[in-house]
Design a protein around this ligand. Structure first.
Ligand SMILES: Cc1ncc(COP(=O)(O)O)c(C=O)c1O
Length: 353
């Protein structure tokens, strides 16, 4: 049959989402969802939601939620854009800032949606390999200088390794990048308060930095599809006023997102529980001979002991009803989402035998 899609779309490969099993009883530790429920305020807002209001369009610019986010973070409303998941922000950033044939840089490994968005926008994607250490790739500054990227994408805390790049390194990178530096903070809610990791200064000081945040992880609302971007008004305005779909976030998502946002205490409690589980799971895996670097996200990156192959472990766990993710880079490893206490025990039990 004659193909009617554009040539570059015909030749590219789409994004493959993590497996979403239909059968009950699967221990699902493969897509970094939150195992604990969202705020009781979300349940209440859903119960009280006036279905008749769906007859009308929602607030086109998510005004109420934007105001609440700006007030809590002590930034201007014009520095916030609310999106249909963090993924929509990523798409909007590519559409707004990345001309065809321009270069987009990230780390290798990174979030696998990035190269897909680059292909969709006919950009050249380059992944700079992570070093063994804890910092940004040492080759990154040279690549930034040589390739003059329109966009650099850094996941922080990093996925799939869980490492946290220091803010000073991101400040230095922002100064060096000629285009936009997007710091994907999908997992930032799991950074321990004692790290004093406050990235908001990055948007105050650098007119080319955008921060991505999401309700999917720390707020336990992956099914709602709600995220937001933060940045200098001149970066946010073209996305919010031109590139965004006319009503990109539905009325239910706006109402439930507002309820979740207004209960920061619940998010703090929920993420503290996950951090405690993360340390317990990490210690248990280390005791089994895995190499597990410190993680600042809601997953751990576990390299099996010598002679054991992560791909085999992945298949073995799957056969026992436990889903995790397998990564071949950097090194043969599993990425294991931190689940509830019972789910983590089931995963550890399946690994042991
Ligand atoms: C690194 C990273 N960025 C962004 C997202 C997008 O999150 P969402 O679209 O659910 O807000 C994810 C989802 O897993 C992610 O892992």
């Amino acid at each position: 049959m004659r193909r009617l899609e554009r040539t570059h779309i015909a030749s590219m490969t789409g994004y493959t989402p993590g497996e979403q099993p239909r059968e009950p009883g699967i221990v699902k530790l493969n897509t970094n969802e939150n195992p604990f429920p969202p705020s009781p305020g979300v349940f209440e807002a859903l119960r009280d939601f006036d279905a008749a209001s769906l007859q009308k369009y929602p607030e086109p610019d998510c005004r109420s939620l934007r105001q609440a986010i700006a007030a809590e973070l002590q930034i201007a409303e014009a520095e916030v854009v609310v999106t249909n998941g963090g993924d929509e922000l990523l798409r909007m950033v590519f559409t707004t800032f990345c001309a065809p044939d321009s270069c987009v840089l990230s780390t290798e490994p990174t979030y696998s949606l990035y190269p897909v968005l680059a292909a969709l926008h006919q950009c050249k994607f380059v992944g700079v390999s992570l070093d063994q250490g804890r910092g940004l790739p040492s080759a990154l500054p040279g690549q930034v200088r040589d390739l003059a990227p329109s966009l650099v994408l850094i996941v922080n805390p990093h996925a799939p390794t869980g490492r946290l790049f220091p803010l000073q390194a991101l400040h230095d990178l922002a100064c060096a990048v000629p285009g936009v530096l997007l710091i994907d903070e999908a997992y930032v809610d799991f950074v321990a308060p004692k790290q004093e990791h406050n990235s908001l200064a990055l948007i105050a000081e650098h007119p080319n930095v955008i921060l991505l945040r999401t309700f999917s992880k720390g707020y336990a609302l992956a099914g709602l599809r709600l995220g937001f971007g933060l940045g200098n008004e001149a970066l946010i305005a073209p996305m919010a006023t031109k590139v965004r779909d006319s009503y990109n976030v539905d009325g239910i998502a706006q109402a439930l997102g507002l309820a979740a946002w207004q209960d920061q205490a619940h998010k703090a409690k929920n993420t503290a529980r996950i951090r405690a589980e993360r340390e317990r799971v990490r210690a248990a895996l280390i005791a089994e001979g895995f190499e597990v670097p410190e993680s600042h996200a809601n997953f751990v990156h576990a390299t099996p002991p010598a002679g054991v192959f992560a791909q085999n472990l992945f298949a073995d766990l799957k056969s026992k009803g436990v889903l995790v993710r397998y990564f071949a880079h950097p090194g043969d490893a599993l990425r294991i989402t931190i689940g509830s206490e019972a789910e983590n025990d089931a995963m550890l039990g399946a690994l042991r035998g």
